[in-house]
Design a protein around this ligand. Sequence first.
Ligand code: ADP
Ligand code: MG
Length: 697
Amino acid sequence: MRPSLLDPLFSSVAALPGVGPKTAKLFDRLLGQDEARVLDLLFHLPTGVVDNRLSPTIREAPLDAHVVIAARVAEHRIPRKYSNAPLNVLVEDDNGDDVLLVFFRNNFDWVLRALPVGEIRWFSGDLKLWNGHRQIVHPRVLDAAALKALKEREPTYGLTEGLHQRNVAKAIDAALAKLPDAPEWLDATLLRREQWPAFAPAMRTLHSPVSPMDLSPDTLARKRLAYDELLSQQLALRLVRAKMRRLRGRPTTGDGRISGAIEGALPYSLTNAQRAALADIRADLASDKRMLRLLQGDVGSGKTIVALLAMATAVEAGRQAAMMAPTEILARQHFERIEPMARAAGMRAALLTGRDRAAERRATLEGLASGAIDIVVGTHALVQDNVAFRDLSLAIVDEQHRFGVHQRLALGEKGEAVDVLVMTATPIPRTLVLTYFGDMDVSNLTEKPAGRQKIDTRAVPLERIDDVIAGIQRAIAPGARAYWVCPLVAENEELEVAAAQERFEDLQKRFGARVGLVHGQMKGKDKDAAMLAFQRGETQVLVATTVIEVGVDVPEATIIVIEHAERFGLAQLHQLRGRVGRGSQKSSCILLYKGPLGETAKARLSILRESDDGFRLAEEDLRLRGEGEILGTRQSGLPGFKLADLSAHGVLLKLAREDAEAILEQDETLTSERGRALRLLLYIFGRDEAVRLLRAG
Ligand code: ADP
Ligand code: MG
């Protein structure tokens, strides 16, 4: 149960004075919540600060800024009846400088009454130059009392349509008044050393900036709160991890009979990196601790075979293994590659997706329950309630950042003491591994299989698209295959699909039936058919949206064109590029961009041309954009940070990790006085799942 001390923070924004049901809905939209709470409002940080000090004269009032001026009403310019024109009021000061006040769709009578000609009034608003004339649109009209009540500086906030600065400021004030007087959860020595304020004062400070500097992530108040957030997250990760450790593992040792057969049948030998990763995994499996390991490897680094050999070890021990992929296409593809190798070595493999026919599905479920099936590859259909295993001991989750954390854990709950291996093809920078996975063990496939050629990567402006198409024509005549990836349209899948459709029709005019199309809104079986036709070479140009981003394998494809490459992130471009260069032939990647490019886009394209090292690109990507995007948290719904910003607070993360470790070493169950205060922290940052673990433990 949440301590009642925190109740005021968890009450609905609608309960704040001055927030009616209609405004509350706007706050829900603004804060991205179903029912925004007071706490969400407090996490909505100001983005600007306005200076409410009275400007001595109109001439000295800065243009393009928020100003407060005093002026005498000189003239009313009333629009003709029934016209849509605004009401203009000309005001001037003693120097003869004037400002035009503009009122649209207002209650004109009210304005005219409030601003009688000849009277002095005070006005605040954004001063602009329009047609060479100073003007303020919809100024706030202040009387002497209102002027006196003005705060010298006021924060400004991000808004949503229908919500005004004043609504937000008022609600935030009311929210700040609800901050409880909570016991300190941070270490006193740390606080003193860093000179950080306590939680509630820090929150108040963040919401009362006096200069733009106060909005920076480097202020003491912001650092304190960022630290709070990082600490809560590190504590939660450790508690989960400790729970995993407490859960007894089972030693799983193979005798090499199946994995030996698989390895012996491979047309290549494993790279050293693959061998090392396998040794890590087998040691984990053999130990009586639970495995929680991340296998990172660039596209084409050969993760699949490592996964298969790990599964073989589980099967040799008389147990089962499951591998979950994020999409239907991928699950199917993994299965198709794995199944022949598995069968040849004496393992029975099955595929389980949401689209299996009923009879097939029943057979698979029976086989998993009876143990007739040794390994299963599937989508998240694997974690549904009706899926039961005879004895699952290894769960492999591929491309995991597409999954939420709970899905990862859910597969692990399908058996007794299941070892978990997470695979990702987007190498995650070390800092992010720590952030999102805690002290998860990591194996990196840093080495590429021998014989891989560097992909020739070129950036070409969109104006030269005809040359690119002509180039493709020359290449496909002797049988080459090309991907054509269509622009990403921000958060609008429909537009994205429309663009792909249009490009498809366009290329069809050139290449006829040799063009295929695949996008995210197609039916599963149509998608598969399109992929299959391309795989078989029946189509040679495959127009696609980013559905092909992850893992699709057609070794014969040697060209990839990425349209509007400037709209993609670095990691994503790298992923896409990894669709080619999978065979022995020289491949190329054409980044079609629309200029002029911004600095970030320019940097991205040039780094990509230089490097094909996924680990390096991941680090650069982190530098160029936010951590949420890299992990695909935007898509996955995995929450990002509210107050912490890893590019600014990276140092704090390390501190928070050490702190969390020390805290739990001394007080594993968070029952000491400080421990109980830390529980408040976990609630504040939405880590109550971890608190529940404490109780279960
Ligand atoms: P990933 O899943 O890491 O993107 P894959 O497992 O799909 O990579 O492997 C890419 C390709 O490389 C596959 O066709 C696979 O057969 C091949 N491959 C894997 N390991 C090796 C190796 N050690 N030597 C040569 N080819 C390899
Ligand atoms: Mg793969």
